[in-house]
Design a protein around this ligand. Structure first.
Ligand SMILES: Nc1ncnc2c1ncn2[C@@H]1O[C@H](COP(=O)(O)OP(=O)(O)OP(=O)(O)O)[C@@H](O)[C@H]1O
Ligand SMILES: O=C(O)[C@H](O)[C@@H](O)[C@H](O)[C@H](O)CO
Length: 213
């Protein structure tokens, strides 16, 4: 399918965001948007997230660029990360999103965000893990983030990973990624998009969710 040109799709214009309300799914609030494209390794987060950001003229961050050398080494050796490995990484990613929020910059982050608790950290930072101490004041309000889950079959993803070259993440870790995944569900602010669709279709579906709510 040939995707419509951006100027042919009114809701695909970045300038629409400031006048569109958000109720369900869409992340448009006070005129700026934070989107996290999430899913297991090989789901297409980098491919989809970077294409979406480029199309909208928004900033793009790839969570892979923020892993410690130790984390990357671990994954390259075929060892799955655990909570302890991921939490500081997620807190750093939260800080990036908060900075963009404060400067009113629309942004897309590609990040696995496999567990509900990980998504809470992206939304609220370290306070998400300290919530067992309610007496502690929350330093910052939660960020409004739209989580876009790229969902699809193990077979499709494994097939794509087999063909992918030059990436530190080995296909053998795919099973552990699925084992860890807690798919986002309402009341999380999320949509699910099939990764089996073509790249232009996936991007268009996300744009529709962002701008139409
Ligand atoms: N909709 C799509 N149709 C066909 N191929 C796709 C699609 N989306 C992504 N791919 C391909 O699938 C492979 C995995 O995509 P990508 O590297 O973006 O995944 P990822 O979720 O960022 O992976 P990781 O978490 O391991 O970094 C790439 O080779 C990419 O070109
Ligand atoms: O285990 C995870 O949370 C994910 O695997 C990420 O850490 C990786 O960055 C990515 O998915 C691999 O490229």
């Amino acid at each position: 399918m040939t995707p419509p040109r951006q100027e042919e799709v009114p809701w695909a214009r970045p300038s629409c965001s400031s006048r569109l309300p958000r109720e369900r799914g869409g992340a448009v609030g006070l005129g700026m948007v934070l989107v996290v494209v999430m899913g297991v390794s090989g789901a297409g987060k980098t491919t989809v997230g970077s294409r979406l950001a480029a199309k909208l003229g928004w900033k793009f961050y790839d969570a892979d660029d923020y892993h410690s050398p130790e984390n990357k080494k671990k994954m390259a050796e075929g060892i799955a990360l655990n909570d302890e490995d991921r939490i500081p990484w997620l807190c750093a990613l939260h800080d990036i999103l908060r900075r963009e929020h404060l400067s009113r910059q629309d942004a897309v982050l590609a990040c696995s965000a496999l567990k509900k608790m990980y998504r809470h950290i992206l939304v609220s930072g370290a306070s998400a893990i300290e919530s067992s101490h309610p007496e502690q004041p929350r330093e910052n309000p939660a960020l409004q983030i739209l989580f876009v889950h790229l969902d699809g079959s193990v077979d499709t993803i494994a097939g794509r990973l087999e063909k992918r070259r030059g990436h530190f993440m080995p296909p053998e870790l795919l099973k552990s990624q699925f084992d860890t995944l807690e798919p986002p569900r309402t009341p999380e602010n999320c949509i699910t998009v099939s990764l089996e669709k073509s790249l232009p279709e996936v991007v268009l579906e996300i744009e529709h969710a962002i701008f139409s709510g």
